[in-house]
Design a protein around this ligand. Structure first.
Ligand code: PLP
Length: 361
C-alpha cells in the first residue's frame, strides 16, 4: 500500500486508522453478517455508533448543556438555506461579514429570505483580509451575525471573535472545526460540513443553542426546521449513516491523539512549516494574505509566473503531493492541511518547495 500526501481542500485526507478500521469491518460488522451501512438505522448497532459520534463530538469540543448537536444530511450548503428559513422567516434581518466565497454563498441565500446588512465586505482587499472584530458595528435589530471562521478558498481565518451583546453569532466552521478550542457558549449556532476535519462529504453538523431552537417557526416544512432534528435526536429520517459511522471513527482518532489541544498544536506546526517555506524563499513564493489573517488549514501562495505555478503543481503531483492547485476562481497554489495531515507531509512539501526553487529560480 502506498498513501500519498493529499493536500486536497475537501474531501480530503482522513486518518489512516479510521479508514483501516472501517475497511476491516466493512463487510461483516462486529459478527452481524452485514455491513453497518446495510442495517436499519433503528438497530442497536447503528444506535451505538450514532450515540458515540454525538458524545465524542460534545466531549472533544467541550460543548455546554445549553447547546444541542445535530447531524443533518446535505452538508454545509443546506445550512445556508436552513439558517435563513429558521431565523429570517417573515422578513427579519441579520448582519453578515462578506469575507470570501463561502460567506458570499451563505449571504446570497439569506438575502432571498430576509434582510441582510453587510458589516464588512472584503471586496477591495480581494477577500484576502479580515477586519478587526471590534470594528464590526452590530445592528440592534439583527437576528444574528453570520461569520465564516475560515475561508477555505481565500486562505484566511478569524483568530478572535467579536463581542455582539445579545445578538447571537452563527458561524460556518466547515473548514477549521476541531482544529482549535472555540468558546461555544459565545455562539447561537455553529455549523460545518463534515468533509474537511470530520469525515466524508454529505452531512452537516450543527451546534445550536436551546433558545435558538425556540425561535424556529412552525410555518416551514419539517425537514428544514431545526426543531424537527433536535426533537428526534437526528433520527427524524434515515440519517447519512455511512458519514456518521466514519465521523465516529475520526473522532476516536482525535481523542487518541490528545483531543483539541493536540489538533491545535499540530495545526500550528504544519502551518508554521509551510509559511516559513514561503517566507524563506526571498520572494520566490509569495503569500497574498497578511500574517495576522492567515489560515492554519488552507495555505495559499503564488510563484513568479502562472507557467511556473503549473510546472510546480505538475512536478509536485508526480512526487506524490496531490491537490496543490489553487481554487479555479483564484489560481495559484493551495495546500490544505487539515487535522489528518501528518507534520511530515508539511515538512516534505517544504523540502520540495526549496528544491523546486533551486531548480527553477
Ligand atoms: C466546504 C465548505 C462548505 C460547503 O460544504 P458542503 O458540504 O459542500 O455543502 C461551506 N463552507 C465552507 C467554509 C466550506 O469550506
Amino acid at each position: 500500500m502506498s498513501r500519498i500526501f493529499n493536500f486536497s481542500a475537501g474531501p480530503c485526507t482522513l486518518p489512516l486508522s479510521a479508514l483501516e478500521s472501517a475497511a476491516a469491518e466493512f463487510v461483516d460488522y462486529q459478527g452481524t453478517g452485514m455491513s453497518l451501512i446495510e442495517m436499519s438505522h433503528r438497530s442497536k448497532e447503528y444506535d451505538a455508533v450514532h450515540e458515540e459520534a454525538l458524545a465524542l463530538f460534545r466531549e472533544l469540543l467541550n460543548i455546554p448543556d445549553s447547546h444541542k448537536v445535530l447531524f443533518i444530511g446535505g452538508g454545509a450548503t443546506l445550512q445556508f438555506t436552513m439558517l435563513a428559513m429558521n431565523f429570517l422567516h417573515g422578513g427579519k434581518s441579520c448582519d453578515f461579514t462578506l469575507t470570501g466565497s463561502w460567506a458570499k454563498k451563505a449571504y446570497a441565500d439569506a438575502k432571498k429570505i430576509g434582510k441582510v446588512n453587510v458589516l464588512y465586505d472584503g471586496k477591495d482587499a480581494n477577500y484576502l483580509e479580515l477586519p478587526d472584530p471590534s470594528s464590526l458595528k452590530i445592528s440592534s435589530d439583527a437576528e444574528f451575525l453570520h461569520m465564516t471562521s475560515n475561508e477555505t478558498i481565500g486562505g484566511i481565518e478569524w483568530h478572535s471573535w467579536p463581542e455582539t451583546g445579545d445578538v447571537p453569532i452563527i458561524c460556518d466552521m466547515s473548514s477549521d472545526i476541531m482544529s482549535r478550542e472555540i468558546p461555544v457558549e459565545k455562539f447561537g449556532m455553529i455549523y460545518a460540513g463534515a468533509q474537511k476535519n470530520l469525515g466524508p462529504a454529505g452531512v452537516g453538523i450543527v451546534i445550536i443553542r436551546d433558545d435558538m431552537l425556540e425561535k424556529c417557526p412552525d410555518g416551514i416544512t419539517a425537514f428544514l426546521n431545526y426543531k424537527t432534528h433536535a426533537d428526534a435526536n437526528s433520527l427524524y429520517h434515515t440519517p447519512p449513516v455511512f458519514c456518521i459511522y466514519m465521523i465516529q471513527k475520526v473522532l476516536k482518532w482525535v481523542k487518541e491523539q490528545g483531543g483539541l489541544a493536540a489538533m491545535d498544536k499540530l495545526a500550528q506546526e504544519r502551518s508554521d512549516i509551510i509559511y516559513q517555506a514561503i517566507e524563506n524563499s526571498d520572494g520566490y513564493y509569495r503569500s497574498p494574505v497578511p500574517a495576522a489573517n492567515r489560515s492554519r488549514m488552507n495555505i495559499v501562495w503564488r510563484l513568479p509566473s502562472e507557467d511556473l505555478e503549473k510546472q510546480f503543481i505538475s512536478e509536485a503531483d508526480a512526487k506524490g503531493f496531490s491537490g496543490l492547485k489553487g481554487h479555479r476562481s483564484v489560481g495559484g497554489c493551495r495546500a490544505s492541511v487539515y487535522n489528518a495531515m501528518p507534520v511530515e507531509g508539511a515538512q516534505a512539501l517544504s523540502d520540495f518547495m526549496a528544491e523546486f526553487q533551486k531548480n527553477n529560480a
